[in-house]
Design a protein. Structure first.
Length: 307
């Protein structure tokens, strides 16, 4: 288990006031929203199409993300795009193992993006500082116990099922109220399983069992997601809007063709600034430099808004 972590890069704008709830112990502390850079060690990611599938290339990419302003590097070996099929545990371990080990050895703060307790355990043993589970611990019954014992921060994303059929569950009467209620219930279950509520981070799960209209609504209601009906609220909120389908569809061409995901980075920067100004604890992004600027601008904006 990691007991101390490097602070990571910072810049002059870090003098500005807090951008939201403080994060869990053991993670970087900044007077602004954090930036999490994505390393997809997959051949079929929706956003980068396997560009970092080779371990050496993934390691180099993770180091570059950190050098360009990522506070945390999120390493994942299993695609969670809509319709994706699951891979085996052995294959996931083969993909992420050397990448996590090399990046932590280089002093980076690494998050492991996995729904499997065994993968999370191996990554933590290799130095990973936190677990980012898109199922919020629902996909693997062993995950809550593993996280409780390891005493690492845990991202609880709103989840209604695996990628293969999750969009069939994108039915809501009031998406904000229902997502908040389901997250609160899940937080309660995780705390009952022994996880320190001070180590929990919530994620509204933009694009996961969400139609575009649902994601747009949720990204404007981050305060309600943070203030769950739980004694430990408010919780830090992680926002993963980068290159998501709700952005590419909104920016569709005149013929209705969605904009390619890799061409949505400028729009992602705009959403990052808005999310950070709204109090997000961290944004998960594919392209770091402009987003790192955006969170600093948002922090400066908030500083001027303070009484």
């Amino acid at each position: 288990m990691v007991t101390s972590l490097p602070a990571g890069p910072s810049g002059p704008a870090d003098r500005s006031g807090p951008a939201g709830p403080s994060g869990p112990a053991g993670l970087p502390v900044r007077p602004r929203c954090l930036v999490m850079g994505v390393v997809n060690v997959t051949p079929d990611s929706f956003s980068d199409g396997g560009r970092w599938f080779d371990a050496d290339e993934a390691i180099a990419h993770g180091k570059e993300l950190a050098a360009r302003g990522a506070d945390i590097v999120d390493v994942g070996g299993e695609s969670t795009r809509p319709g994706a099929l699951r891979i085996s545990e052995d294959e996931e371990l083969r993909r992420v193992g050397p990448v996590v080990a090399a990046l932590t050895a280089a002093g980076l703060v690494v998050s492991i993006d996995t729904m499997r307790a065994v993968v999370a355990e191996r990554a933590i043993e290799a130095g990973a500082a936190m677990v980012n589970d898109v199922s919020g611990g629902l996909a693997d019954p062993a995950m809550p116990g593993l996280v409780a014992g390891a005493r690492v921060p845990f991202v609880v994303m709103h989840w209604r099922g695996h990628s293969i059929d999750m969009m069939d569950r994108a039915v809501y009467a009031d998406v904000v109220a229902e997502v908040a209620a389901e997250l609160a219930a899940r937080v309660g279950e995780l705390v009952a399983a022994g996880i320190d509520p001070g180590r929990l981070i919530v994620d509204p799960g933009l694009g996961f069992a969400k139609l575009p209209a649902h994601s747009w609504t949720l990204v404007t209601k981050l305060g309600e997601i943070s203030r769950l009906d739980h004694p430990a609220a408010p919780f830090p909120v992680l926002v993963g809007a980068s290159r998501k389908g709700f952005i590419s569809r909104f920016l569709a061409g005149q013929d209705g063709t969605p904009r390619p995901f890799a061409q949505c980075d400028d729009a992602t920067v705009a959403l990052t600034a808005l999310a950070a100004a709204s109090g997000a604890w961290c944004v998960r992004v594919h392209s770091v430099p402009a987003n790192a600027d955006a969170v600093r601008i948002a922090a400066r904006w908030r500083e001027e808004q303070a009484p």
